[in-house]
Design a protein around this ligand. Sequence first.
Ligand SMILES: [Mg+2]
Length: 269
Amino acid sequence: MSKKSSLSEIRGLIIDMDGVLWRGNEALPGAVDLIPALRQKSIPFMLVTNNASASPTNVQNKLHTIWVDIEEEEVLGSAEGTTVWLGEQIEPGTAVFAIGESALHTALARAGFDMRARAEGVRAVVVGIDRQVNWRKLTEASLAIRDGALFVGTNPDPSFPTERGLAPGNGAILAALQATTGVEPVIIGKPESHLFEQALARLGTPPKATLMLGDRLETDILGGHRAGLLTGLLLTGVTRREDVANTPIKPTWIFDDLPSFLEELRKSA
Ligand SMILES: [Mg+2]
């Protein structure tokens, strides 16, 4: 813990998953205990991820393998968040071109958008991580954007962690499209505000009494600050303690791991 503030004011949590609950496919210490501890204290939570390839069902199934049961409504991924946001901008039935994996295509199609394979007539281009991205898809997206379609990115993450190291993330695909079109995308995921606003609306808790728990300074903690939340940095993901000294982004609390967070939460009762 970096400060002496108490966790007792916390009424709700927004929880990042990768680097918090698990790393790759491996559950992190304390992951099994977090959700039951929050349920026991009647603290509502939302599991929020920038990863547009994870659907609420994928997350539910993954947690089930470590014996943690959650409702699909307790998960908000950037594919779903982007679909909700887009539905506030354009009517269902409108033509949309998407670069992304099945979670994104499914979310958009379910919301009633007319999913197209070519640029002609498209009103919005939605871009999420796509491990099958190619020149043809980039060309259709570029043509539509140059023709005035709304350009939306699910998340800005420049890299995507794999067992062998960092691979290009959605930010790299967005950068290619931005280089071609000169247009900057609207970003829905962390650190921008849209995903936080949707999570807060579902929680129904005030920002000042809501804790963003995550492992990345430039998305979880920065975005949490911008949204007016309390922030807790966990050192089980990409950030080391010494990284915090070298950045202006200061979390409200720093925890070595989930067990130390849970210990503080227990003491704050
Ligand atoms: Mg993370």
